[in-house]
Design a protein around this ligand. Structure first.
Ligand code: GRF
Length: 192
C-alpha cells in the first residue's frame, strides 16, 4: 500500500447494508489527526440500511445502488467512486458480493471486516457455527478483498473467549466490540 506523504489523506468510501456501527466507528476514527483516511462517500445497496443516518449526521455524501442489472449497478458505483476521487474502500457489513471486474479496478484497495477468526467460518452465521462447534475462541478479522469470498490476505484479527453461557446474541455483542477496535487498527497498519 502506498505510503502517506505529508498531510494528504486517502479518500475512502465505506460500503454498508445494515446497522452501520462499524461505519460510525470508522467515521469517528477518520476525524482523528492520526487517521490516514477521510470518509468521503457512503455506499449502500438498500435505502433501509440504518447506517445511512450517519451520512446525514456527519454530513458525508451517500449513494444507494440497487439496480437489478448487476453490471449496470456496479458501473454506476464505479462512476460515483471516480467522481469523488475515492482511492480506498472499506466494506462494513456490505451484503453484496463484488464482481471480479470491480475488485480488479480497486486491486489491493478494498478491505472487509468479517465476524470470525478466518479462515474459520467464511460466509454467514459465524457466531452460531462457532458455538455449535463448541469452539473456545471466536473473533473478527480484517482482510483484503479478493474475488474468493472471505479469503484475501489477513491484515489483523482480534480474539474473544466463548463462555459456556454465551449465545449468538451475547457473542455477537462481544465480537462487535472488538470489531470497533480492530477496523481502525487495521487501517493504521495498512498505511504506516
Ligand atoms: C459486522 O459483524 C461485520 O463483521 C459483518 O457485518 C456486521 C456489520 O455490523 N461483516 P454493523 O452494520 O457495522 O453494525
Amino acid at each position: 500500500m502506498e505510503k502517506l506523504t505529508g498531510l494528504k489523506k486517502i479518500k475512502t468510501a465505506v460500503f454498508i447494508s445494515g446497522t452501520g456501527s462499524n461505519l460510525k466507528n470508522i467515521i469517528k476514527f477518520s476525524k482523528l489527526k492520526k487517521s490516514p483516511i477521510t470518509i468521503n462517500l457512503i455506499v449502500s445497496n438498500t435505502n433501509l440500511a440504518k447506517g445511512l443516518q450517519y451520512a446525514d449526521q456527519f454530513k458525508i455524501k451517500k449513494k444507494i445502488f440497487n439496480l437489478k442489472n448487476y453490471n449496470e449497478n456496479e458501473k454506476n458505483i464505479l462512476t460515483s467512486l471516480k467522481k469523488e476521487k475515492i482511492k480506498f474502500i472499506c466494506l462494513a457489513g456490505y451484503m453484496k458480493i463484488l464482481s471480479k471486474k470491480f475488485i480488479k479496478k480497486f486491486d489491493g484497495k478494498i478491505i472487509n471486516i468479517h465476524p470470525s477468526l478466518l479462515p474459520k467460518y467464511k460466509g454467514l452465521n459465524t457466531h452460531s457455527r462457532a458455538i455449535k462447534n463448541k469452539d473456545k475462541l471466536a473473533g473478527c478479522t480484517v482482510h483484503y478483498v479478493t474475488p474468493k469470498l472471505d479469503s484475501g490476505k489477513i491484515i489483523l484479527q482480534n480474539k474473544v473467549k466463548i463462555l459456556a453461557r454465551d449465545d449468538h446474541t451475547s457473542l455477537k455483542k462481544k465480537v462487535l466490540k472488538q470489531e470497533h477496535k480492530l477496523y481502525p487498527a487495521a487501517i493504521m497498519k495498512i498505511f504506516n
